[in-house]
Design a protein around this ligand. Structure first.
Ligand SMILES: NC(=O)c1ccc[n+]([C@@H]2O[C@H](COP(=O)([O-])OP(=O)(O)OC[C@H]3O[C@@H](n4cnc5c(N)ncnc54)[C@H](OP(=O)(O)O)[C@@H]3O)[C@@H](O)[C@H]2O)c1
Length: 350
């Protein structure tokens, strides 16, 4: 029976995934290990998720291979770093040894982000782009982003697929989008993009839009997102041959929403709570972008990457393996007030 390693247990996605795994029945499997970096995290993963804590040096090939072999880990879900490929490539090499020495099929899932399939990464946005599109690997491989971290993350996705393919490991590129809803792990329970919109608005006391056109982006409730991770895991544990490597892109999304509508619903919720002075949304000029950059601790030029842009990627692959999101895309607009409360409760309202 396969033993599984899940990383990022103190994070938003990894924590919620481990919390959900505790509650949802899986096909027969061995031990679920959770990667930890401290004794405190070790006791929290045991107590909160019923998982077995595991400390690993993610930059040491020898000890990684030795540990994965000793623990007979054949499935790794990586939810730590979408940009660099260093640890992932070492884990893939370690899984290849597990596959060879134990004669088992091994699997590596990498968590990337929808930004890598968007206008920010030079992807086509004039049509719906399916995550099941045959050409997606080539589109990713030949795309160029003007933003160095995004370019690096594009290369990372291709490197992971190619390294896994060359070593007989099956890889899956998992694509979270705008994820919302309170996480249920013991650590971070807030997401990324909604946090950026709310934090910038809190500091500027106004919600600004950064795109001139009506830009759209896929959205997903955190529990729909973790449900897709779990559906992939179910299929792996059942030895089902699901699309992998160059065909293994899995977007978790229930549909797209316009950024403008997200901004408006957040502006309304923040105005009601007295965090912004006006419930209407205005176009950001250079001065506003500079201030938003200060609020988000990034250059002004990177602000539109944090909370804008167009992504027309659609989620078909997950549905083909039996995943069904249970929150419609508009749910993010209806629950904007809850999101504001969660984010400002976590990061503070001042
Ligand atoms: N949340 C979203 O909406 C979203 C959308 C698209 C893509 N993603 C991507 O998905 C991944 C997970 O996102 P998240 O929101 O769950 O992030 P998060 O809440 O910041 O969690 C990151 C997790 O990674 C762990 N970690 C970081 N560096 C590590 C290292 N060197 N060794 C071991 N563990 C390490 C952290 O552990 P510590 O607590 O010990 O630091 C934490 O558990 C990220 O790569 C993110 O870019 C997320």
């Amino acid at each position: 029976m396969a033993n599984i390693l899940i990383t990022g247990g103190s994070g938003y996605l990894g924590g919620t995934l481990l919390d959900q795994l505790k509650q949802i029945p899986l096909p027969p499997h061995g031990t679920i290990y959770a990667l930890v970096r401290s004794e405190e995290q070790a006791s929290r993963v045991r107590e909160c998720y019923g998982a077995e804590p595991l400390q690993l040096n993610l930059s040491d090939q020898g000890s990684l291979t030795e540990t994965l072999l000793a623990k007979k880990i054949s499935v790794v879900f990586f939810l730590i770093d979408a940009i660099k490929a260093d640890a992932q490539l070492l884990l893939i090499q370690a899984l290849a040894e597990v596959g060879k020495q134990l004669s088992v099929q091994t699997h590596f899932l990498h968590t990337t982000g929808a930004k890598l399939f968007s206008s920010h990464a030079g992807h086509p946005t004039d049509r719906v782009l399916s995550d099941a599109e045959k050409d997606l690997y080539r589109i990713q491989k030949t795309s160029r982003s003007p933003f160095p971290p995004m370019q690096q993350a594009l290369v990372t996705n291709s490197q992971i697929i190619e390294a896994a393919e060359a070593r007989g490991v099956r890889s899956y590129i998992f694509i979270p989008c705008i994820v919302y809803g309170q996480g249920t792990g013991f650590g971070n329970y807030t997401s990324i993009q909604t946090v950026a919109v709310i934090q910038a608005a809190r500091d500027l006391r106004r919600v600004y839009k950064v795109d001139s056109a009506r830009a759209v982006w896929p959205v997903s409730h955190v529990h729909d997102t973790t449900a897709l991770y779990i559906q992939i895991l179910r299929k792996l544990l059942s030895n089902d041959d699901i699309p992998h490597n160059r065909e293994g892109y899995y977007l978790a999304s229930s549909g797209t929403v316009a950024w403008e509508d997200i901004y408006s619903s957040i502006a309304e919720a923040m105005a009601k709570r007295g965090f912004v002075d006006n419930a209407s949304v205005v176009q950001a000029d250079e001065e506003a972008l500079a201030k938003m950059g200060t609020a988000l601790e990034c250059p002004a030029a990177f602000v539109p990457v944090q909370l804008g842009g167009t992504c027309t990627l659609a989620a078909d692959r997950g549905k083909s393996i039996g995943w069904r999101p249970s929150h419609p895309a508009d749910h993010i607009l209806e629950t904007a007030g809850d999101e504001v409360d969660v984010v400002l409760g976590y990061f503070g309202s001042k």
